[in-house]
Design a protein around this ligand. Structure first.
Ligand SMILES: C[S@@+](CC[C@H](N)C(=O)[O-])C[C@H]1O[C@@H](n2cnc3c(N)ncnc32)[C@H](O)[C@@H]1O
Length: 342
């Protein structure tokens, strides 16, 4: 998860893009190129890319507020093309806008400080608001999940996406409480989770932090989007095109790392039981670095929220794109099973 409140960006006061220099170094935008910024947010990356070279940027975001910021920026700079939608569909979105292939794709995973800071978006337990958490504004909300999902489903979401060890107890408490009155606000949910785990007990972070993170990731299908976005990038990048992904969470980084290593041929395709059949398809990517790039101490000092950031980058080869199905490996019930209650 990435939050950037209290920072500065060239695009928007109060929003500092994380690892911007490292992103530009890995993305290498050049004049005449087309780059996809799949997570426009406050436009910090986009604005720096547009400044770095006379290139075009397709700025994608699923949040209408972000796209409205992009449209404002595009009025001053027509090399920016704002596109409302999910980066899991970035190849289709680009093709519909008339771009068959691109030279770079950058993804900066998570929520923005704009989203966190706006109480009525319902992402924060520090600011009371309706229990929503949808980045895109459609589909089931956090309230739908908390009020309608089975106890087992809730426990699995909180355990797998939040890595919360008290997941079963929290799910049991939520189900008992909602039988009396449905959850409607973030403060209400935070208070009940706090009670379920026996209060704060001197903890530095709020006891509902992991539960909120898990529900937000589930509501927005964040890992599923990431898995689809990587494959979409593979399909639309030209040979020599650069893929750059910044994550803030170990589950996201693991997904990116394993997928890239596999697509770069660094993980043997065969198993130890089939050594002779281990020659896999031609690698679709070359890794720019074997290890993730992390922010400098100086950046973490000025923006403590950058501390968990990890950047991974790779260069597209001329091998065919894989046709495999995207999976986040979490094995959770699909969001579509939750009937909308509003
Ligand atoms: C961390 S912010 C990006 C900040 C941006 N790099 C900047 O410098 O201002 C993440 C943005 O990605 C958007 N987002 C998250 N998941 C998305 C998805 N699957 N498809 C499209 N946009 C998404 C969020 O709405 C949010 O605006």
């Amino acid at each position: 998860m990435s939050t950037r409140a209290g920072s500065r960006s060239p695009a928007e006061p109060g929003h500092l893009p994380v690892m911007l220099e490292e992103v530009l170094t890995a993305l290498k935008p050049a004049s005449g190129e087309t780059i996809i910024d799949g997570t426009f947010g406050g436009g910090g990356y986009t604005s720096a890319i547009l400044k770095a070279a006379e290139c075009r940027v397709l700025g994608i975001d699923r949040d209408l507020d972000a796209i409205m910021r992009a449209e404002k920026m595009a009025e001053a700079n027509p090399r920016l093309v704002p596109l409302l939608g999910c980066f899991g569909d970035l190849d289709t979105l680009a093709e519909q806008a008339g771009y068959e292939s691109v030279d770079g794709v950058v993804l900066d995973i998570g929520v923005s400080s704009f989203q966190i800071d706006q109480a009525d978006r319902g992402f924060s337990f520090q600011k009371d608001g309706p229990l929503d958490m949808r980045m895109g504004g459609s589909g089931p909300s956090a309230a739908d999940v908390v009020n309608r999902m089975s106890e087992k489903g809730l426990a699995d979401v909180i355990f797998r996406l939040g890595e919360e060890k008290n997941s079963r107890r929290i799910a049991r408490t939520l189900v008992a409480r909602r039988a009396e009155a449905p959850f409607e606000t973030t403060a209400d949910l935070a208070a009940v989770v706090e009670e379920a785990v026996g209060g704060r007990r001197g903890a530095r972070v709020h006891p509902a932090t992991l539960t909120f993170q898990a529900i937000r990731m589930y509501v927005n299908d964040e890992l599923g989007e990431l898995a689809r976005g990587l494959r979409a990038a593979e399909r639309i990048l030209k040979p020599g095109g650069r893929l750059v992904v910044v994550t803030f969470h170990s589950l996201e980084d693991r997904l990116v790392k394993q997928w890239l290593r596999q697509r770069a041929g660094a993980i043997p395709a065969g198993s130890r039981h089939m050594p002779l059949m281990s020659k896999g398809p031609k690698p679709a990517f070359e890794l720019q670095e074997n290890k993730a790039v992390q922010p400098s101490d100086k950046e973490v000092e000025t923006n403590p929220r950058a501390r968990s950031a990890k950047l991974r980058a790779a260069i597209r080869t001329n091998a065919d794109a894989a046709q495999d199905e995207a999976s986040d490996g979490m094995n959770l019930p699909p969001l579509t099973e939750l009937e909308r209650s509003r």
